[in-house]
Design a protein around this ligand. Structure first.
Ligand code: PLP
Length: 300
């Protein structure tokens, strides 16, 4: 009897495909700290194209992608970022924006669908006239899909509205798009449109897309130029990184098309789990690749 184990702990628990391994073995490489690795440049060019941004930068992890992005936008001491109280950056990234970057977080309650009410976001933005005592709001962060809300997708309309709000107050908008390809597939909207209102985004290649390592951040040329320096400061400059980028290129080429199947499987799993006594998963609310049986999020 053949036994096949399906590991459902996370979409990060993947193995590189044969094509990825072959691409890694034959990758054309050079020193990427000197900005000369052709495969890294190929991945970055392609990710900039897909996301509709001027430039992209490969980073070792989503955590570093978010950290670098927040710190580039908040390059003045005393900066504050408005973000969800149940967001990955706030809950699961060791408070790096504060501990490493000296950026103050101002949380707004995340709704069950991962959004924050626009009026609550606006209320959280500091009045610059109080700058003698207040931190300076510089940035708003969204997360799409929103992991702790069960992989819910933020709509284009909502993201655009937050983008308008950011503009109105002279702020930047960063999207933690660790699973933006999942949102794109589930909503049937291209990634570049979902990110149109954002000044920057961090996108994971090693989650549903199945690459072994890495994320990219995307934004304007000047944003990426500053991000490159900060990545080096944080120890994220890597030499022949094309080895990793080669697998990531394959992941983007081959695996975006498989996400729809992942989403269907997550729904089937949720429906099945619901039939087990003691487990309750709201199958109807599964939008992407997460089916979770969790208590409501604590009041962080
Ligand atoms: C929404 C979200 N953002 C960022 C990250 C961080 O990615 P990494 O684990 O590559 O640091 C994760 C990881 O699970 C995530 O779910």
């Amino acid at each position: 009897m053949v036994t096949r184990t399906v590991d459902l702990r996370s979409d990060t628990v993947t193995k590189p495909t044969e094509t990825m391994r072959a691409a890694m073995a034959t990758a054309d490489v050079d020193d990427d700290v000197l900005c000369h690795d052709p495969t890294a440049l190929r991945l970055e060019t392609e990710m900039a194209r897909i996301t509709g941004k001027e430039a992209a930068l490969f980073v070792p992890s989503g955590t570093m992608g978010n950290l670098v992005s927040v710190l580039v936008h908040c390059d003045i001491r005393g900066s504050e970022v408005v973000l969800g109280n149940n967001s990955h950056i706030h809950i699961y990234e060791n408070g790096g924006i504060s501990t490493i970057g000296g950026v103050h977080p101002r949380t707004v309650k995340n709704n069950e669908d991962g959004t924050m009410d626009i009026d609550l976001i606006e209320a959280a933005i500091r009045d610059p006239r109080g700058a003698l005592v207040y931190p300076i709001t510089r940035l708003i962060c969204l997360e799409n899909t929103h992991a702790n809300s069960g992989g819910k997708c933020l709509s284009v309309e909502y993201t655009d509205q937050v983008g308008e709000l950011a503009k109105k107050h002279g702020l930047k908008l960063h999207i933690d798009g660790a699973r933006i390809f999942n949102a794109s597939v589930a909503l049937g909207i291209p990634v570049h449109r979902l990110l149109q209102a954002a000044d920057s985004a961090s996108i994971c290649l090693s989650k549903g897309l199945g690459a072994p390592v890495g994320s990219v951040i995307v934004g304007s040329n000047s944003f990426i130029a500053k991000a490159k320096i900060l990545r080096k400061t944080l120890g994220g400059g890597m030499r022949q990184v094309g080895i990793l980028c080669a697998a990531a290129i394959v992941a983007v080429q081959e695996n975006v098309g498989k996400l729809e199947g992942d989403h269907k499987n997550a729904k089937v799993l949720a429906e099945g789990l619901n039939k087990i006594k003691g487990i309750r998963v709201d199958a109807a609310s599964v939008e992407t690749n997460i089916s979770q049986d969790r208590p409501p999020p604590p009041n962080f």
